[in-house]
Design a protein around this ligand. Structure first.
Ligand code: ADP
Ligand code: MG
Length: 528
């Protein structure tokens, strides 16, 4: 049979077709390394952080190897949770769609009878949580004697959840001469022990951070106060040199509102979410691909699986609540060696989500100031100059030259040119120009550049300056080096921290419980 290419890999036509449907153009690094080894029946340990495509790394070769004519369980995949079982089952059945592979997730919480019936009808791949899988084995409703490949997916989580004995039990029901694969985001010692016991001469593949966090994506965040998000977004858009942009909102309503706002301000924006008909969605996507729509505003669900070329910027207009969604979102830019930017707007109370994301991607996201109006103007001057230069180089100006000659009889050449520019580039930012995004706390009695905070913790709680500094550092990451003057009183204290960290400290620490007491953190009043 003719083989098709998936990057450097060769795969069967039915699978290649399914991957096209899914928007997979080329393998991720873990897929590129793991798939050939798994095809050769080696045992494999694969480590790569969340969002790197581990599911398809084992899913593709498993589907390649399965015989759809044999109505037996040929592959068993164990996952820690019901959600993951469903998710993995979804991805595997998509990959196996044209090969007509039967896939069944089995997990607790769903009537067992239904699962038993499905199993009896003949299933090729079972994706199960350990508990329910064991349950079926005990009832003899699941037969693993034809299993060629067993997978421990998200092994670190399964271990954390205490499934180790269940896993051992389950694996002892599968043939000894099977292939065993283990995938995990992290590789703690107990996992290494587990793999020694159950894997035979495994190949160890680890995709480290460097090859992973697409280096061509620049990531920044902006701290915005509620109520000025739309204005801030527009200001940033005007400043950035964008091509095609995807803007993520948390809800469908958020998408609709933002689209309306952007359209009113003259941006070419359209929305994409689940309430739209397929026809509307196709139309929007077509316009976006052609560049008629520059800003695509979408929910996570609507944008899932979309593969779009030349997305220059991904905006997280709303920061995702699930850190993994961040990875999925920003993966839409900087594809195929092109540069991209991922820009996130956060409200002060959302630092917690930002820190969870940073932890997941093991990268610090840099804070950027919202550009000032003046900066936007400067930037646009540059753009205008470049546009004019391009037009001049191209020539072909006869039509306009006669107008110029007329005007020159009464006006100076310089003024005519300036007027023409004004005519061509009417600025839409007039109304935006007033807004100052720099924050500003008013007078808190602090030194210049600092803000003074009032904290309800003091000598009565045995707090010394170094304790306070330590607590602030542990809770908010604000380095002790940048903390300014500290004054400790019986029941409260004052501390100065750099202005740009002001909101962060207040929002993280206010109402936090420290030493068993709920504390309050507020802006201090000016010293009297
Ligand atoms: P992991 O298990 O490593 O956390 P997943 O397997 O859940 O990651 O994949 C993360 C996302 O990336 C999924 O939405 C998946 O469909 C998508 N994905 C996987 N492989 C590719 C690929 N080769 N090209 C494009 N998207 C991919
Ligand atoms: Mg996974």
């Amino acid at each position: 049979m003719k083989k098709f290419n998936f990057g450097q890999l060769e795969i069967k036509k039915e699978i290649a077709k399914a991957l096209v449907d899914m928007g997979f153009e080329e393998p991720t690094p873990i897929q590129a390394e793991a798939i050939p080894l798994i095809m050769e029946n080696s045992d494999v340990i694969g480590q790569a952080q969340t969002g790197t495509g581990k599911t398809a790394a084992f899913g593709i070769p498993i589907i390649e190897k399965i015989n759809p004519q044999l109505p037996k369980v040929q592959a068993l995949i164990l996952t820690p949770t019901r959600e993951l079982a469903m998710q993995v089952a979804g991805e595997i059945s998509k990959i196996g769609r044209y090969k007509k592979i039967k896939v069944l997730p089995i997990y607790g919480g769903q009537p067992i009878d239904r699962q038993i019936r499905s199993l009896r009808m003949g299933v090729n791949v079972v994706i199960g949580t350990p508990g329910r899988t064991l349950d079926h084995l005990k009832r003899k409703t699941l037969d693993l004697s034809n299993v060629k490949t067993a997978v421990l997916d998200e092994a670190d989580e399964m271990l954390d959840m205490g499934f180790i004995e269940d896993i051992e039990d389950i694996l002892s029901n599968a043939p000894k001469e099977r292939q065993t694969l283990l995938f995990s985001a992290t590789m703690p010692a107990p996992i290494q022990k587990l793999s020694k016991k159950y894997l035979q001469n495994p190949h160890f593949i680890s995709v480290n951070k460097e090859t992973l966090t697409v280096p061509l994506i620049e990531q920044f965040y902006y701290e915005i106060v509620r109520g000025s998000k739309v204005d801030a977004l527009c200001r940033i858009l005007d400043y950035e040199n964008y091509d095609s942009v995807i803007i993520f909102c948390r809800t469908k309503r958020g998408v609709d509102e933002l689209v309306a706002n952007l359209q009113t301000r003259g941006y070419f924006a359209e929305g994409l979410h689940g309430d739209l008909t397929q026809v509307q969605r196709d139309k929007t996507m077509k316009a976006f691909r052609q560049g008629d729509v520059e800003l695509l505003v979408a929910t996570d669900v609507a944008a899932r699986g979309l593969d779009i070329e030349r997305v220059s910027h991904v905006f997280n207009y709303d920061i995702p609540l699930d850190p993994e969604a961040y990875v999925h979102r920003i993966g839409r830019t900087g594809r195929a060696g092109k540069e991209g930017k991922a820009l996130t707007l956060i409200l002060p109370q959302e630092y917690r989500h930002l820190r969870m994301i940073e932890k997941l991607i093991k990268t610090k996201i840099t804070k950027a100031p919202v550009p000032t109006f003046q900066e936007v103007v400067e930037q646009q001057k540059g753009v205008i100059r470049k546009t004019i230069e391009d037009i001049l180089t191209e020539g072909n100006l006869q039509t306009y030259q006669s107008i110029t000659q007329d005007l020159m009889q009464n006006f100076a050449a310089e003024d005519i040119v300036a007027a023409a520019l004004k005519y061509a580039f009417t600025q839409r930012d007039a109304e935006l120009s007033e807004i100052d995004f720099s924050g500003g706390f008013g007078n808190t009695g602090a030194q210049k550049g600092m803000v003074r905070l009032f904290i309800t913790m003091g000598r009565q709680q045995n707090i010394l300056p170094r304790d306070l500094v330590k607590i602030i550092f542990e809770e908010t990451g604000v380095s002790p080096k940048v903390v300014g003057e500290i004054n400790i009183f019986d029941k409260f204290s004052f501390v100065e921290i750099p202005e740009e960290m002001g909101y962060r400290v207040i929002y993280i620490m206010d109402r936090l419980i420290i030493k068993g007491k709920k504390i309050s953190v507020q802006l201090a009043r000016p010293r009297s």
